[in-house]
Write a new protein. Structure first.
Length: 210
């Protein structure tokens, strides 16, 4: 099954994608993580994306699509995948169709802005493996140290409150129209994000299976 997860930054797309990935045995593909890896490695795509990401702006389509094409061609995507963070615009959705990628369902996770700002300001990410944590909801066992690989855990520039506001504005302007695009195709299912991750997971899995 090929799925797309939609929702504003911090709505919980990545967390739910990981959970569904384990349940269905298909990879969760985060374009955000792929881009950050490219930035960390100093690849041409990473350097081109860095300035945009630091400002909370969207990365140009050609960069994202190039990285994504390479990823979904890998063997682990043969039985399906979850796209988290792509497409972000109607133009990208159309580009995805032109790539010949069949999407079965689009799951939107809906969370109010004030909750998103609180969530993201507490989020921390591992510099080594990219694992995601939260100061309140999912703290590391040892403060500032990743449970998985032992590397340093930091706050990303794009999780700081002033950047979060910019990202939410960008989302409303560019990404929200995707809801209408996929709704018109009869593919959209909306899940209301709950305070407990497990409760959101139940609703998400029900939307996928329904």
């Amino acid at each position: 099954m090929n799925l797309i997860f939609l929702g504003a930054p911090g709505a919980g797309k990545g967390t739910q994608a990981e959970i569904v990935c384990d349940k269905l045995g298909i990879p969760a593909i985060s374009t955000g993580n792929m881009l950050r890896e490219a930035v960390k490695n100093g690849t041409p795509a990473g350097l081109a994306a860095k300035e945009r990401m630091d400002k909370g702006d969207l990365v140009p389509d050609d960069i994202v699509i190039g990285i994504l094409k390479d990823r979904i061609a890998q063997d682990d995507c043969k039985n399906g995948f979850i796209l988290d963070g792509f497409p972000r615009t109607v133009e990208q959705a159309e580009a995805l169709e032109k790539m010949g990628v069949k999407i079965d369902k689009v799951i939107e996770i809906s969370v109010p802005d004030e909750k998103i700002i609180a969530r993201l300001s507490g989020r921390r990410v591992c510099e080594g493996c990219g694992a995601s944590y939260h100061m309140e909801y999912k703290p590391t066992k040892t403060e500032g140290i990743c449970d998985s690989c032992g590397a340093k855990v930091v706050q990303r520039v794009d999780d700081k409150p002033e950047t979060v506001l910019s990202r939410l504005e960008t989302y409303r302007e560019k990404t929200a129209p995707l809801k209408g695009y996929y709704e018109n195709k009869g593919m959209l299912k909306t899940v209301i994000g709950q305070d407990e991750i497990a409760d959101t997971s139940k609703l998400t899995l029900a939307a996928i299976e329904g």
